[in-house]
Structure formats: C-alpha cells, structure tokens
Design a protein around this ligand. Structure first.
Ligand SMILES: [Zn+2]
Length: 357
C-alpha cells in the first residue's frame, strides 16, 4: 500500500491500509484533526485505493485512479462548503486547483455552507446503483453542514446504502452532531512535523533556507506553508515586529499605524500578521529561557540576533499577557467588530506587556 501523496500521518495510513488489505472498509469514516494537515489529501488517496484495480493500491494510473485524479469518476461524489449561487465554472475551477494541489484550502468564500438541497440530492443518488460496483462520498469540512443538512445526512448513516462508503472531514469535530460522530469510525490526524514539511517544500523546488523558515512558521499546517509560499510572509512578519515597535509609541502613532495597516492589508493578511506576532513572542520566550540553545528552537531562525536584542531591551516581558491578548484579537477578528478599534486596543494592551529597565 502506498499513500505517497500524503505527507506524514503514519497512523491514519496504517489503519486505512489495513482496512483495504483486509477488505474491511467501514461504511463511514470521520477524518478529524487540525486544518492543513492533509485530511482531504488522505481522503482522495483512500478513495483511489478503494477503487484501484492494481496490486499496489492506489497505483495512480489505472482507469479508476486516473478518473479520480481528474474528479471525473462517476461513483465519486465530493461535497464541500459553497455559497448557493456558485456557477459551474467556479466549481470546476476549484476542482482544478485541488487537482493540482490536494492541500489546497477549501475556503474561497466567506460563510459558505453545505445546504440541505445538496444532501437531498445525495440521498436521491444513494438510491441508485453505482456504475462501477461501489460509491464513495466525500464531504469535506462536514461541520459546515446546516442543521437540516446534518439531520438529512444522519438518515443516510442510520441506514447505510449498500456499496457506499462515506468519508467526512472536519477540523471542528465539536460542531458535528453526536449521532453523526458515533456512526462513523474516527481517524485522528495530527500536525505535520517541521522536517516533513520542509522536505515537501524542497521537493517542490523551494530553496533550503526558505523551506526551513516556512516549515517552522506554519506550525504543522502544510496548507498554510503553501499559502505563505505564494505570498511574502517575511514582509508580514516584519509588520508584526513593526506593530510591537509602534505599541511603545503614543496614541497618535497608533492611529496612524493602524490606518496604514488596514489600508494595505486584507483580513486574511491581518490574521497572518497576528499569528506571526504570536510566533515572535513565542520565540522571544524561548530565547530568554535558553539564550544558548535557543537557535535550534526558534521559528524565526533568520532573525535570531534581532530576537536576542529584543529580549535584552526590556527588564521584563509579560509573555502570558501578550499571548492571551493576541489570541483574543485573532478570535475577535472573525467576529462582528471594527477592525481598526481591535488593533488600536491591542496596541494599548501590548504596551502593558513590557517593563523597561
Ligand atoms: Zn489504480
């Protein structure tokens, strides 16, 4: 069995290989774990392995595997959150992106859901005989199903149709119905190791030093590493450091800085900046605890000297306070709040983190 297209995740690979090998594939699986660690990538490979007609499954090149690779297999149904008015062209564009990169983020819109009409259609299809003997249904980010859709899916799970396997993926298992969870076999996915992410990036042709930096920064989330690869993550990190510098200035500076920050950055970028700010404080804590061994453990390895200078500037840094204020801000960013106020308040609160010599 080879799941070579999936990075790391040895335990899920082992369990799913055994299921294929012993011909005991369950009716329903729940792939759960953090975002960006390859739950969907694994689901695609597992689907191939279930259909594949070669000895070493999934071969990637038989009739079944080829059609699955192109999302044209008639017995593979793939649902993911989408707005209602999405066009066929949009839908195909997303599938093409996933075809090129199975770790693609499935979130091109704000607030997409999996609605009742799509599960209703699924139930209709489940009454028909599959074309090729079996059918696989993949519902990605299943926690985005509406309440109605969840209840409708539950009916399918309660009386599993013959020849059908259902795979659900979620990064928010608590948002699923308990009855859905209890009717599927859970497979736990963990964060991917830095080394495996670095290797995967280098295999894509990313230069060694940048691959190492991205692997450390993304903290086990390969999807995030890929997104940061496309953008200038170093520039966002520098903005995070600039934010610390500005917090020590007066309120006029705060207002000016936040205005500029919001003019030049979308919400997604602001979220990244806050995450990188968190990473910066985490590194500073490592450096202040172990100034000699710190270099192997910091994420911002290219800024090690700056980190040393940073921690030596202050008599004390209240790390716990910094972590909780930044985490709160990240959480609030997704809520109904004025973003400029959020940042101005954060700057004021960060001021209290530093005690001068
Ligand atoms: Zn095959």
């Amino acid at each position: 069995m080879s799941f070579n297209n999936v990075i790391d995740q040895d335990r899920p690979k082992e369990i799913l290989s055994r299921a294929i090998f012993q011909n005991r594939v369950a009716h329903a699986y729940l792939f759960k774990g953090p975002e960006g660690v390859g739950k969907e990538a694994m689901a695609f490979e597992f689907a191939k392995a279930i259909f594949c007609s070669a000895g070493n499954k999934p071969c990637g090149s038989c009739r079944h595997c080829t059609r699955l690779n192109h999302f044209t297999h008639p017995d593979f149904i793939f649902l993911f959150p989408m707005p209602k008015n999405v066009t066929d062209d949009d839908h195909r564009r997303i599938l093409n992106s996933i075809m090129r990169e199975p770790y693609f983020r499935l979130k091109p819109w704000a607030g997409p859901v999996i609605g009742i009409e799509r599960i209703r259609e699924l139930r209709r299809v489940c009454n028909l005989k599959p074309f090729e003997g079996k059918r696989i249904i993949l519902i990605a980010e299943a926690d985005k199903m509406t309440a109605e859709a969840s209840n409708s899916l539950l009916k399918i799970l309660e009386e599993p149709p013959p020849f059908t396997h259902i795979i659900l993926t979620t990064a928010n298992v608590n948002r699923l119905l308990k009855t859905i969870i209890s009717r599927s076999q859970a497979i736990d996915f963990g964060l991917i190791s830095d080394q495996k992410i670095q290797q995967a990036l280098e295999d894509k042709g990313v230069e060694n030093a940048r691959a190492q930096l991205l692997a450390r920064m993304c903290q086990g989330n390969y999807t995030r590493a890929l997104e940061w690869l496309e953008t200038n993550v170093e520039q966002r990190r520098d903005l995070a450091v600039e934010l610390i510098r500005k917090c020590l200035r007066d309120q006029f500076e705060h207002i000016r800085f936040v205005k500029e920050l919001l003019e030049r950055n979308e919400k997604q970028e602001l979220r990244d900046i806050l995450r990188l700010l968190l990473v910066w404080f985490r590194d500073a804590l490592v450096v202040s605890n172990e100034p000699h061994k710190g270099k192997e453990q910091v994420i911002n390895i290219d800024k090690f000297d700056t980190l040393i200078k940073f921690v030596n500037t202050f008599k004390e840094i209240k790390y716990e306070l910094a972590f909780s204020e930044i985490e709160n801000s990240i959480e609030m960013l997704d809520g109904n709040i004025q973003i400029n106020l959020l940042f101005i308040v954060l700057l004021l609160k960060l001021q209290k983190v530093f005690v001068f010599k």
